[in-house]
Design a protein around this ligand. Structure first.
Ligand code: ZN
Length: 228
């Protein structure tokens, strides 16, 4: 059985990606990162999702991107903003997907897995440059040149099955593949009990996705959260 590394964040998109990788016939190795993020409940969500969707192995790789901060997700001095529609938001974590994909290729070489799944998306995404197609294509080539692939004549397949889907389409796909979204968490600023804030970009996009998909939103929100 062919192996694939699946980057798992604990959120809705990456859970759907894992389900798609399994459907595509891969033995899945799920990889999450403890990178100093403030929304740490996503790590337990990742583990639960990996188990539920039958990952062969689940790893949490520790690295501390909070050492230099620079993002509302890793720097306590920067507040998570409410949803807005313009520019690259302060929740962008500098070069995060480049770092994560590099580590995925490192594990992939060890496992003999040349396929990597990542849940990047160009439709309902938050304007992050490392979620765009040109970056992913360029990274695949960089990884080929920087690993044994170049001498052994193989290439990395970076799968982005959600790239062109809306959030609602992702949710419908995931439900058809058996994803239980109540296990996932997408909020950038959850409360101490791990409940979602209902105000950040990620909560906004996620909730709108469920509404547009015509599916009840299973997210646990903080007390008093209402949507217009
Ligand atoms: Zn939120």
């Amino acid at each position: 059985m062919k192996r694939a590394i699946v980057l798992l964040s604990g959120g809705l998109d990456s859970a759907t990606c894992l389900a798609q990788a399994r459907k595509d016939g891969f033995e899945c190795y799920a990889l999450s990162f403890d990178y100093g993020q403030r929304h740490r409940c996503e790590l337990s969500a990742s583990e639960q999702t990996a188990k539920h969707l039958g990952a062969k192995e689940f790893r949490i790789f520790k690295l501390d991107l909070a050492q230099w901060g620079g993002s509302a997700l890793t720097d306590d001095a920067i507040d998570v903003p409410d949803h807005s529609d313009s520019g690259i938001p302060i929740t962008y974590v500098p070069a995060r997907n480049m770092v994560f994909l590099s580590l995925a290729t490192a594990w992939g070489e060890v496992l003999g897995a040349h396929d990597i799944y990542i849940g990047v998306n160009s439709v309902d995404y938050s304007g992050y440059p490392d979620c765009r197609k040109p970056f992913i294509e360029s990274f695949a080539e960089t990884a080929r040149l920087g690993t044994c692939a170049v001498d052994e004549n193989w290439k990395w397949n970076i799968h982005t099955p959600l790239q062109a889907l809306s959030k609602a389409e992702i949710i419908k796909l995931g439900i058809s593949l058996g994803v239980d979204y109540s296990m996932t968490t997408s909020c950038y600023n959850p409360d101490k009990a791990g409940r979602s804030c209902g105000k950040c970009d990620s909560c906004f996009l996620r909730h709108r996705g469920f509404v547009e998909a015509g599916v009840a939103d299973p997210t646990l929100y903080s007390d008093g959260v209402t949507f217009p």
